[in-house]
Design a protein around this ligand. Sequence first.
Ligand SMILES: [Zn+2]
Ligand SMILES: [Zn+2]
Length: 285
Amino acid sequence: MELQILGSGAADGIPGLFSNDRVSSYARLAGGKDVRTRCSALLDGILKIDFGPDTYHQVIANRLDPSKWLAILFTHSHEDHICVAEIQYALYPFVETQEAPFAIYGNQKVLDQIKNRYPEWPLELHLTQSFVSFEIGAYHITPVAANHDDDEDCQNFLFANQGTKILYATDTGLWKDRTWEFLTTVQLDGLVIECTDGLNPSGYSGHLSVESCVWTVEELRKRNILKRGASVVTTHHSHNGNATHNELVAALAPHRIEPSYDGLLFHCDCNAQSPYSASNLSQSL
Ligand SMILES: [Zn+2]
Ligand SMILES: [Zn+2]
């Protein structure tokens, strides 16, 4: 499987929309990997994960064709992950088709938001629940409970296809026992995990910092949930984490974790090369 990270930023992106803090100011000047749009990914060009306010930009920047998307899977209903207004452009009169090319998968709060906005529209909606697997084509998908917001069933997604497994874990927090119990039955070829708070842990328990992200990854290795050689990249970085891209590289490299960046192609196969070539990594450092 190939997962493209379309957006690697948190709520207000990097630079933060209205922020002039050190990391935002640096990102405005440096551009490149320091600019992070709102969190989003695309699996094998057909399964879209989250559909936030930067979707249009991400489609243009990566020369994507959204009419090829079979499904949009929502992790949860926070506004950096869902922009309901943009869904209308998939239907007549903006396009000739009377039905959207994609099905929508989300928790109850996500589906309610979409139904309220489009009560009469012929959208194919599927309710997702933590630990209840479903299939889309050849993909076996299991939503895994995050520990992010008690008001809804926030989900990380485990994708399995032809023996390869990847866990996409944004807006994760420190998993509760039920999630760890489930994961002990899994062997991962690749992991994308949030590192929102970077070098500046906040009081909010629904996100991970470098410290708690590293703890989680080391625990996954100890329990043999992460296969030897499995690639691990981070996402959902906030400027409030007080770390530039290179500072994240330096903080995470000793733990064999790499910060992702917008546009990164992540190959989730233990036999494949790391998403960073050696030359890219040394440039980043
Ligand atoms: Zn978020
Ligand atoms: Zn969130």
